[in-house]
Design a protein around this ligand. Structure first.
Ligand code: ADP
Length: 345
């Protein structure tokens, strides 16, 4: 399978930030499972996809358009790559914000080969004129191009190769109905169980040739917010501490000390999560507080709060979204060691 990247880092990115991003991407790619057997957890999704793939292969058809949704880092991109690999075809990667004009998408579509996969990350952020190109492309494998301007403008239909669109989104509800209805398969990715995260840590440690004790793996697994990307990132940091400070393998003591240095707490809440929760509990007495108010209070943008911070806090029973605003639960107060909270729920 060949992967062609459409995404480019923002212009003017500082050299060091650029390098760090590339470094992180290279690291992620190294650890990406290449087939279903290396892809841990998400049993139901995997099972479904394998059935759909076999059915499409047996009929000699392309796989129906598929969308994966769920918080960042749960394995959506990885699944898209595995799908293309399983069908022995090419995967083109782009993202909603990267497609600025209908022509950007039209040119990608017309350059696809029969049976290719097109992966659009953050598909909920497609601009409407671009999204409209997708409707006929997904349904009829054709795009309608407008040629000329004003009264003399005319539409020309151009066929595109049969392809499979794989969309990924962290905000499924933001997809328009016409787009959502054109996906044949809709798969929700779930947060992972601790033992699955433990398996992912072990697998990554083996690939990176890092020694990690079983007890250390278990302990680290509990602090990864049930998210593979975070597990791999923390493993990398543990390796730094083990090599530089402790001259050796990752033990329980290394995990404990490193997590403390990284401000990751026993539930896996990082600095941003803790700041959000503490602000809600302390400043707003547990809420209700509106999203924009909270965003202003902690200096974080609303999308990051909604897509990255809140899903996990809700999943852990620390936060509730109510019609009146965000509210901290009793568990949040006791987790932060604040007395007398959560009475309003
Ligand atoms: P998303 O697209 O949902 O943000 P990715 O597919 O980019 O997430 O996954 C992030 C990282 O986590 C990848 O480097 C991949 O190695 C790892 N990963 C994700 N899901 C799994 C899984 N089920 N098993 C093993 N590793 C995984």
């Amino acid at each position: 399978m060949a992967i062609e990247e459409e995404m480019v880092a923002g212009e003017g990115t500082a050299v060091t930030a650029h390098q760090t991003q590339n470094d992180t991407e290279a690291f992620e790619n190294k650890l990406r499972p290449k087939d279903f057997s290396g892809y841990i957890g998400q049993g139901e999704v995997k099972q479904n996809l394998q059935v759909f793939l076999t059915a499409a292969q047996n009929r000699g058809e392309v796989l129906d358009h598929t969308i994966f949704y769920g918080p960042p880092g749960l394995g959506k991109t990885t699944l898209a790559m595995i799908l293309a690999d399983s069908m022995g075809t090419q995967l083109r990667v782009t993202s909603g914000p990267a497609l600025e004009k209908p022509g950007d998408l039209a040119s990608i579509l017309s350059n696809l080969q029969e049976g290719d996969f097109l992966f659009i990350d953050e598909i909920h952020r497609l601009r409407m004129p671009v999204e409209e190109i997708l409707y006929t492309a997904m349904e009829d494998f054709a795009i309608d191009l407008v040629i000329g301007k004003g009264p003399s403008a005319r539409t020309m239909r151009l066929n595109v190769p049969r392809f499979t669109l794989v969309g990924a989104t962290t905000q499924f509800s933001k997809l328009s109905n016409p787009l959502r209805d054109r996906f044949g398969h809709i798969e929700k990715l779930r947060f992972y169980e601790d033992d699955e995260i433990g398996q992912i840590i072990k697998r990554s440690a083996d690939i990176l040739e890092i020694e990690i004790e079983a007890a250390a793996t278990q302990q680290l697994a509990k602090c990864c917010r049930r998210t593979p990307r975070i597990a791999n990132r923390l493993l990398r940091r543990m390796r730094d501490f083990a090599e530089v400070v402790h001259q050796g393998s990752i033990t329980q003591a290394v995990v404990e000390e490193s997590l403390k240095n990284l401000s990751v707490d026993a539930k896996g809440l990082d600095f941003a999560d803790q700041e959000y929760l503490r602000t809600l509990c302390d400043k707003f007495k547990g809420g209700p507080a509106g999203l924009s108010t909270l965003a202003a209070a902690i200096g974080e943008d609303e999308a990051t709060i909604e897509e990255v911070i809140e899903p996990f806090l809700i999943r852990e029973g620390l936060l509730q979204k109510t019609p009146r605003g965000r509210m901290a639960t009793e568990a949040a107060f006791s987790h932060l060691g604040i007395i007398g909270g959560g009475g309003m729920l």
